[in-house]
Each structure stands twice: as structure tokens, then as C-alpha cells.
Design a protein around this ligand. Structure first.
Ligand code: 8YV
Length: 313
């Protein structure tokens, strides 16, 4: 029997064809009873392919004695117990770099959408509201301060784009990055206080859980906007809903949520919020590159070659 690839995910545009020659590809996402399927193949599973919606727990990792690699179709790996992987000599790979520009573009799309009220404007025409009244005014980006939370691969591309829009770019993160010309804040409340737009581009996981709470939202203030292209877990979601309902912040552009694909219904009636279904990296080109990286990492591991993008902890 060929080694088994336990596939939680179809690998996007590319699919899994390139792996069929080497692996018995078990498409868990097509199974009626995925748990029973895991039990059936557990002793032969060598590789896992997953994405952000699949929790890869210590229990699962330790139930697969031959597991060598977990390849996630995402830059984020907060859904994987990477410590458990390390403890069990399992390598983890992700898809950094190839999606940074795309995800930054999605951040810019949300920034423009909330400041120019684009979704509301579209609705104005579709439901005939323009015939009765002009739209409320938006707010300018030029000259405004944008606070970037997490100046990593995606955050630095957002910064570059915002600078091109003549915005004043500042950032928050665990450490100052002296290579960049932007002002650094080591206090999340302080950066929120000074920002007109706060854009979240940091990793998820314990270190950033509920980083944006009621206090930070109050510091952002009634003229401030929050953009989240990071993880739902970075924001205290009930506190955000409350701040938006009470207009204690001006608005939000959200691509990510705490319990995807479930989105709190309170957002649906808010005209100061733009919602996207986690499409940060979702273009044909970028998803193709991500899928190829997943395949190349898995094949490299099996051939004993150097991994392309290993997560190191
Ligand atoms: C997902 C993401 O990979 O890369 C990440 O961390 O959150 C996204 O790009 C994408 O939604 C596919 O699941």
C-alpha cells in the first residue's frame, strides 16, 4: 500500500492530482464519517494536508504513528498544535510569502470599502435608495494615521500600500523593526488612540487572543475604524459588536471571525460594517501558488529533500 495522505482540504485550484502517484490520497472532506476514516487509515498516514478550519490537535498527531508532515494551505498555523508536532518529530509547513501581497490587497479593499462606504453605495443603487436621497459622506484616507498591528510579511505590504496613499503609517508588534521608517508603538492602546484606522495583520493564537478588547476599541474612538484580515481570535468579538452598535467606533471591515463560517447576525443590520467571508488570499493566482507549495513540501518531505517553507518554533 502507498503511504497515506490524510487530506482535510481539496488544495484549492490545483487539487491533489500531483500527489496521487506517490500517495493513497484519503479525501476526508468527502467522507460521511471522517472519524471512522481516520481510524481506518491511522497506522499508514504519513502526511496531512489541511487549512485554517481544521484543528490538528495533539490527540490526532499522537494517534498517527507514521505521521511525518502536516502541510497547511495557509500562512497561519494557529490551528495546529505545533508543539505536539515537534514533540513527535512531525514537521509543519505553511504557505508564507506567496499570499502576502494578495492579503494586503484585501486589507486595502476593506480600508477603501469602509472609508468610502462602498458596500452601502452599491446597496443604495440596488434597492433604489439613490432615487430618494444622496449617500452620507465618507472619510478621506490621505493624511490619516493608519496603525498596523503586526508588521510581518502581510503587514509590511499593507504599510507600503498605505504610504502610497499618503497616509501616516505607524505600527505595533512584539519588537521594533528598525529597517522600516514607520513609528513603532509597544502599547496597543496607545497606537489605537493615535490611529484613524487600525489594521490587524498579526498571527492568531494565544499570544494575540483578544488583543483588541473594549479598552482598545474605546481608544480607537468614535472616528476610528477597525480592519481585521488576521484572525477572529485577535478581537473580543462581543466587545466589537457592542462598540459598533453604540457607535463608540466609526466602523469595521472584517474578513475574519471568531467562529467561521458563522458570523454574528448583529453585524447584518449595521451600515458601518463591511463583511467578507475570509477571502484574504482568495484569487486564482495566489491559491494556485499556495496549493503548489503544499504539494512541493509534501513531496520534498517524502523524498528526504529540504522543505521549502517549514514552520520553525
Ligand atoms: C487561508 C489564511 O489559507 O493563510 C492564512 O492563514 O487565513 C487564508 O489565506 C485560506 O482562507 C484558505 O483556507
Amino acid at each position: 500500500m502507498k503511504p497515506v495522505l490524510l487530506s482535510f482540504h481539496g488544495n484549492g485550484v490545483l487539487g491533489l492530482d500531483q500527489l496521487e502517484e506517490t500517495f493513497e490520497v484519503v479525501k476526508l472532506y468527502k467522507e460521511k464519517d471522517p472519524e471512522a476514516t481516520i481510524q481506518k487509515y491511522k497506522d499508514d498516514v504519513v502526511a496531512i494536508n489541511c487549512t485554517v478550519s481544521h484543528k490538528i490537535s495533539r490527540k490526532l498527531i499522537e494517534a498517527l504513528p507514521k505521521l511525518q508532515i502536516i502541510a497547511t494551505f495557509s500562512v497561519g498555523y494557529d490551528h495546529i498544535d505545533v508543539q505536539a508536532a515537534k514533540d513527535n518529530n512531525v514537521v509543519v509547513t505553511n504557505t508564507p510569502d506567496v499570499l502576502c501581497a494578495e492579503t494586503a490587497d484585501t486589507g486595502m479593499a476593506l480600508l477603501l470599502a469602509v472609508s468610502k462606504r462602498l458596500a452601502e453605495g452599491d446597496m443604495y443603487i440596488r434597492v433604489g435608495k439613490w432615487l430618494a436621497a444622496d449617500m452620507p459622506l465618507g472619510v478621506s484616507l490621505e493624511g490619516k494615521t493608519v496603525g498596523i498591528v503586526g508588521l510581518g510579511g502581510i503587514g509590511s505590504k499593507v504599510a507600503k500600500r498605505c504610504a502610497a496613499f499618503d497616509m501616516n503609517v505607524v505600527y505595533y508588534g512584539p519588537r521594533e523593526k528598525k529597517d522600516y521608517p514607520y513609528k513603532y508603538y509597544d502599547d496597543i492602546t496607545e497606537i489605537a488612540k493615535d490611529s484613524d484606522f487600525l489594521i490587524l495583520t498579526c498571527p492568531g493564537g494565544e499570544a494575540t487572543a483578544n488583543l483588541i478588547d473594549a479598552n482598545v476599541l474605546d481608544a480607537l474612538g468614535e472616528k476610528g475604524f477597525l480592519i481585521n484580515i488576521a484572525r477572529g481570535s485577535v478581537v473580543d468579538e462581543p466587545a466589537l459588536i457592542e462598540a459598533l452598535q453604540a457607535k463608540r467606533i466609526a466602523g469595521a471591515g472584517l474578513d475574519v471571525f471568531a467562529k467561521e463560517p458563522h458570523v454574528p447576525e448583529e453585524y447584518f443590520s449595521m451600515d458601518n460594517v463591511v463583511l467578507l467571508p475570509h477571502i484574504g488570499s482568495a484569487t486564482v493566482e495566489t491559491r494556485t501558488k499556495m496549493g503548489q507549495l503544499v504539494i512541493d513540501n509534501i513531496l520534498a518531505q517524502l523524498a528526504g529533500k529540504l522543505l521549502l517553507t517549514e514552520v520553525k518554533i
